[in-house]
Design a protein. Structure first.
Length: 265
């Protein structure tokens, strides 16, 4: 494990593998270097790039300095880009896609950006996330109920069927999820005003000047795909691509060839 120090003094843990131009992978909710798709994806990309996987603050071996803000997570990416030599290609998935876009919007030295299924709710193809969603996540964490926070996220955030969420409590991964459940509040902050079933705010990403690839899965539900299509139109000059046969649980082997082609182009 290696570390960098973010602007607010938080230690951010990362792993570097491969050789070539720098690529930083930004995880979605509750994932980190040793839990989620980043590690196997890094293995696919390593023959072509120097790949940086990292633990977002509050997860894995990274620190977590209060109070949280999205700007601090952007500063974490800035510290990694500096460590990588000053510029990098960046790929984000789910809430990591939201964070990667915030980094590009902030003007970080990103040479190319790729994002997969930023889960926006822009129409009536699914119910909007409840207005008190973030408040209830905060309450669950504050009262020592990480399992409740996970269930709220799974059922109301990403619409996982209730029987599946019930069974998850008996799976080996459940204790690992509970450890990082407090960071669900951080993911919720990235979606403020973007989950209510209305069109995207005018000009939200108008300042993004980085070449951007916006992706979705061919088997993902309509609400996700509609949100991705709207995002592709909202980011200046963005390319929209569908990875056939994939859902939100994107397989690293399916996206790796797309990223290799795009980042090498």
């Amino acid at each position: 494990m290696s570390t960098v120090t973010s602007q607010d003094g938080t230690t951010i843990a990362y792993t570097r593998t491969g050789s070539g131009p720098a690529v930083i992978l930004v995880d979605g909710a509750m994932c980190h270097r040793e839990f989620g798709p980043a590690k196997p994806l890094a293995a696919e990309l390593a023959p072509h790039f120097t790949v940086y996987t990292y633990d977002r603050r509050g997860r894995g071996e990274s620190g977590d300095t209060a109070p949280f803000s999205v700007a601090r997570e952007v500063e974490d990416i800035a510290a990694l880009i500096k460590e990588a030599g000053g510029t990098a290609r960046v790929y984000g998935i789910s809430s990591g896609a939201a964070l990667a876009l915030e980094a590009a919007k902030a003007g970080l030295p990103i040479t190319k950006l790729a994002v997969y299924e930023f889960p926006l709710v822009v129409d009536d193809t699914r119910p909007p996330v409840p207005a008190d969603y973030t408040e209830r996540l905060e309450k669950a964490v504050a009262t020592g109920k990480p399992g409740t926070a996970i269930k709220t996220f799974m059922r109301e955030g990403v619409r996982v069927p209730a029987p599946v969420v019930f069974m998850m409590q008996f799976m080996p991964a459940w204790p690992k999820l509970k450890k990082v459940a407090p960071t669900l509040r951080y993911d919720a902050a990235l979606f403020d005003g973007l989950h209510d079933g209305t069109p995207l705010p005018e000009g939200r990403w108008a300042s993004v000047s980085v070449p951007t690839l916006v992706m979705d899965g061919g088997k993902s539900p309509a609400w996700i795909r509609n949100g991705v299509a709207a995002l592709a139109k909202a980011v200046p000059g963005a390319e929209h691509r569908t990875i056939e046969g994939q859902t939100h649980m994107l397989k690293p082997k399916a996206v790796a060839p797309v990223l290799i082609e795009y980042f090498n182009d």
